[in-house]
Design a protein around this ligand. Structure first.
Ligand code: 1PR
Length: 600
């Protein structure tokens, strides 16, 4: 280590930087955290893993007196690697925080993805924002000096962002033949009809919009290439006379880039975690949320034990899961944050699992035995520091939306800024807040002429499926009518709120993704509830992860063919090795569904 350049990491406490630290250690490198400006003078290589929002990043740098020293570091020519916001911060400004200036190293401005997109899937003309998942990248131009690319063309990486840098930035329309961004554009990627900059590189400056520390082996390889490269290899400049040549090159390669992979469909492995009767933390799996074996003579079956949480998460990482989700399914029994065993699970998993981790269950205000109260924001923060990328909120989300609707019905302002969803989205970004929904079908007696009037909702007419249900409705359900009622406490308590009211309500509060379960299909192996999934997907513009009921590989192709969801989740078939995760990916590839296709 002694002769290696001194590596520093810049963290301003906005999210999960543990994964990056773990990746660097995994690659056999040491680093120091930047504590003050003097560290930036000592640093010989610098990594800035920006998480959260642009404005928060810039003000945090300013408040800690690091803004100017950081600019000086970058201008000194020493290697800099910015990740996500760490890349966006290099630009002059961002629409995310219009009044706050960026570092101004790279010309141009960051702006938001346009959800209105003729190329959006499902024919709705709307694509989900944030852009979340694995996507390909395409090299913008070949280095005239023959320097090796840091990013390889055929790899896919994990992105999660709502704002992006465009090469065809309107700022530069006056000089389209000589775009000042051209020398910086290392790779471009596509989301719907929009092409955005996925990596920038000029001289010592390198930045990725995606998260290499969450991109499995491809991300680790990229980090290794940057860590191994000498300062000389990471330097170089472009002759200003070449800018128009590079601009032309980038335009000419447009049709080649279109052939490359865009956003792929994600396959998520879910681990329902709880302690069994012996007190061991185990991965369990229910049928319609009942996780116990059939009752014995004493009337109570054992909690099903399908393995250890960390071991299983490692297995799924190696089987190329795109994401892993841990759900603490007994959270309603109020475990104190100070001895929350899920924190340890996440910490251990994050040491060797380099794909996004979601943690759900118990993300709410909690109290320690000594009475110390922790807000949902603090609980979420503890999970992010442990290595989680997203938290998933269940029961509390239902309560928050019910209360919001009640306030709105009274003519008051619905949003208070005080719910867990709002506070976590504000502090860590919407992309870090998932809402897990547990709906149940409620069948209606259509022989009663007044059946439609009897649908029980307090707030709005709820959605009733039936004869007009989609083609996916199974034969035995034709002619029936039902609505989807939300539940809390792991399906134990039904609430007087419909799934669409909940989905739209949590989007309004700031959730960045929906994890859509089905109490009826859970553990059934009958396939996903496509009616439910289409209903929810069409009513929100944030990504939806479809869950519950997967029993064979064809259920995943059916899911992606018949709905526009971004991800499919399964538990039982993976745990019991009935259907390996790799087989799901291979099947989807055969069916021309874009998937990440990593292998380890
Ligand atoms: O309410 O914020 O504390 O969150 C509790 C979380 O725990 C929620 O996300 C809720 O869905 C989950 N949960 C609570 N009880 C259970 C249970 O099973 N008894 N599990 C439970 C939810 C559904 C999925 C499952 C899929 C796929 N289980 O997690 O993984 O249905 O299964 P399959 O592929 O085998 O069909 P809060």
């Amino acid at each position: 280590q002694a002769d290696r350049p001194k590596l520093y990491l810049l963290d301003y406490g906005a999210g999960n930087v543990r994964s990056l630290a773990n990746s660097i250690h995994k690659l056999g490198y040491d680093f120091e955290w930047v504590k003050d400006a003097s560290d930036l003078e000592k640093a010989e290589k610098l990594l800035f893993p920006g998480v959260g929002a642009f404005g928060h990043a810039m003000t945090s740098l300013k408040d800690t007196n690091l803004l100017e020293p950081l600019r000086q570091y970058i201008r000194s020519g020493k290697p800099y690697f910015g990740i996500c916001i760490g890349m966006q911060a290099l630009f002059e400004a961002s629409d995310e925080s219009p009044d706050i200036a960026g570092l101004g190293i790279v010309p141009g401005k960051i702006s938001k993805f346009n959800p209105h997109d003729p190329k959006a899937e499902g024919g709705t003309g709307l694509k989900s924002v944030p852009h979340m998942g694995w996507s390909g990248v395409s090299r913008a131009w070949e280095d005239p000096e023959g320097r090796k690319s840091l990013v390889l063309d055929d790899e896919v990486f994990y992105f999660v962002h709502s704002f992006r840098a465009l090469f065809r930035d309107s700022t530069f329309t006056e000089s389209p033949e000589s775009n000042p961004l051209a020398p910086y554009v290392h790779t471009l990627s596509r989301y719907g009809s929009e092409e955005f900059i996925s990596t920038i590189r000029l001289g010592n400056v390198f930045g990725t919009q995606f998260h290499p520390e969450k991109s499995g082996p491809a991300g680790l390889d990229l980090l290794r290439r940057w860590l191994e490269a000498s300062a000389e290899e990471l330097s170089g400049s472009v002759d200003p006379a070449d800018v128009s040549k590079l601009t032309k090159w980038i335009y000419e390669q447009d049709s080649q880039r279109r052939k490359r992979r865009g956003l792929t469909k994600r396959i998520v492995a879910c681990l329902d975690v709880r302690s069994n009767d012996q007190g061991d933390l185990v991965v369990t799996k229910g049928d319609q949320y009942d996780v116990r074996e059939k009752a014995d003579d004493e009337g109570k079956g054992d909690v099903r034990n399908l393995g250890k949480p960390v071991d299983l998460s490692r297995r799924y990482y190696h089987e190329s899961a795109d994401e892993i989700c841990f759900l603490n399914i007994t959270s309603f029994r109020n475990s104190a944050l100070q001895d929350q065993p899920m924190l340890k699970v996440v910490e251990s998993a994050a040491e060797t699992v380099f794909v996004p981790l979601t943690v759900g269950g118990g993300i709410k205000d909690t109290a320690d035995p000594d009475g110390t109260v922790h807000s949902a924001l603090e609980v979420a923060g503890a999970y992010f520091r442990a290595g989680a990328d997203k938290v998933s909120i269940g029961s509390e989300a239902v309560i928050a939306v019910e209360e919001m609707l009640e306030r709105e019905a009274r003519g008051e302002k619905g949003m208070t800024g005080k719910t867990g969803i709002e506070m976590i989205a504000q502090g860590y970004g919407s992309q870090a807040v998932v809402v897990s929904i547990d709906p149940k079908r409620v069948y209606l007696d259509t022989s009663d002429p007044d059946w439609q009037a009897k649908v029980p909702t307090r707030h709005l007419p709820c959605v009733v499926l039936g004869d007009h249900a989609t083609s996916s409705t199974r034969e035995e359900e034709r002619g029936k009518a039902w609505w989807y009622q939300c539940t809390i406490r792991g399906g134990r308590e039904v609430r007087d709120i419909d799934v669409i009211q909940l989905a739209q309500g949590v989007e309004k509060l700031g959730a960045g993704e929906i994890l859509l379960n089905s109490v009826d299909r859970d553990g059934s192996g009958k396939g996903f509830d496509l009616d439910l999934i289409n209903l929810v997907k069409k009513s929100v513009s944030i990504p939806v992860v479809a869950s519950s009921g997967a029993g064979k590989v064809e259920h995943f192709s059916e899911l992606f063919r018949e709905t526009g969801v971004e991800a499919g989740l399964a538990a039982g078939i993976f745990h019991r090795r009935e259907v390996p995760l790799d087989d799901v990916k291979a099947h989807l590839k055969k069916e021309n569904v874009p998937v990440s296709g990593r292998s380890h």
